[in-house]
Design a protein around this ligand. Sequence first.
Ligand SMILES: NC(=O)C1=CN([C@@H]2O[C@H](COP(=O)(O)OP(=O)(O)OC[C@H]3O[C@@H](n4cnc5c(N)ncnc54)[C@H](OP(=O)(O)O)[C@@H]3O)[C@@H](O)[C@H]2O)C=CC1
Ligand SMILES: CC(=O)[C@@H](O)[C@H](O)COP(=O)(O)O
Ligand SMILES: [Mn+2]
Length: 401
Amino acid sequence: MGPSQLPSEVSSNPQAESPRRIAVMGATGSIGDNALQVIAASQGRLTAVALSAHSRLERLVELAKKFTPKWVIATDEVAAKAYKWRGLPKETELLVGAEALEQVARDAEVDTVLAAIVGSAGLGSTLAAVEAGKTVALANKETLVAAGPIVKKLADKHGATLLPVDSEHSAIFQSLKSGTRSEVHRIVITASGGPFRTWNADALRQVTVDEALAHPTWDMGPKITIDSATLMNKALEIVEARWLFDLPADRIEVMIHPQCIVHSMVEFVDGSVIAQMSPPDMRLPIQYALEYPHRREAVAPRIDWTQRMHLEFEPADIGRYPAIELGFRAARKGGTAGVVVNAANETAVAQFLEGELHFTEIVPACKSVLESHNFNPTPTLDELAKLDQWARREVENWVCA
Ligand SMILES: NC(=O)C1=CN([C@@H]2O[C@H](COP(=O)(O)OP(=O)(O)OC[C@H]3O[C@@H](n4cnc5c(N)ncnc54)[C@H](OP(=O)(O)O)[C@@H]3O)[C@@H](O)[C@H]2O)C=CC1
Ligand SMILES: CC(=O)[C@@H](O)[C@H](O)COP(=O)(O)O
Ligand SMILES: [Mn+2]
């Protein structure tokens, strides 16, 4: 856990009264939407200086009218060129293309980059922010899954700060403050179990896209919602935690906790377990990262202690949830395992959403591509990019045995 990356204290903006300038990468998504609510409610402490979108350009213009950022970034060049740009505030400059994300992420007028683009498309701007020594509020877990050791090394080198936004990792980050690093026995990542927690194997084979998109507790974008249903989200989160907190895989546990009130826990050497609890609402971890190290009144709801509450925890059965075993395997192996699992999963999820793959084929496809890849323990970024493309092709050509 390098001090530059997971600090116990981050200095506030040098000019105490000036707002913290946030570049919201992925502003049109679920995290983007929650983050903009947090920014709007921050009483001027936070300001959105950049907003990015890929396909939802009308929504981007609406957001620009509300937040008057210095930049809006439209990453899909074809869509951006075809779009009739009307109504952007005159103070707002339109930038087009994925490179603009990196340009803005590096800009001196940005204090914090909120990495809320989905999938490996979020890697470039996150790396640019890290290389510019910025604070990165990291929702995009795929970045750490694919390139964790490289991102961490660059963060150390350039003095960048990585602050978790993912609810479990935010909970662990907050809980870790109760002890020193050598006092940590293990971390326990909680999992909702997804919409199919109680379904049998026959029923799982018939899962439809709509059923998989109906998460019982969280309202999220489509890709992560499918990941939650397959438990691949937990696999990605195991790898994310492994690199973010620099913990070996055997110090990570997963527990199914359907109520999603305990967002994760840290067990210390003396047996004390410190948990972070709150209703399932991403505005709290987003706010914690954007306002860090301060705690502020939140827009997210609080636990209602006048109501009876029932919290359940059960061990994650690896036989029932093969994705979890895959996550541990990728966390243990490191090297190219993460990029391959991630790219395979992104492709398999896209195929499932297109009706080209069954729900029950997603995890086996990822496993098969992981097992057949040419493992490299110390890849460069270029090698990761090549393997990412290779894994995508493998899934496209994959036929369930
Ligand atoms: N949603 C949640 O509660 C949580 C999400 N996360 C993580 O946060 C990230 C974002 O998730 P979520 O907000 O749910 O996802 P959404 O699908 O809701 O939003 C994704 C965002 O990324 C943009 N985007 C999509 N493709 C590209 C691309 N190729 N290049 C640039 N931008 C692109 C979208 O633009 P557009 O919509 O304009 O096409 C949108 O702004 C994911 O990594 C997820 O795992 C982590 C914890 C919780
Ligand atoms: C809100 C959040 O952080 C998601 O990653 C969430 O954890 C998904 O829920 P499950 O993967 O536990 O179903
Ligand atoms: Mn999560």
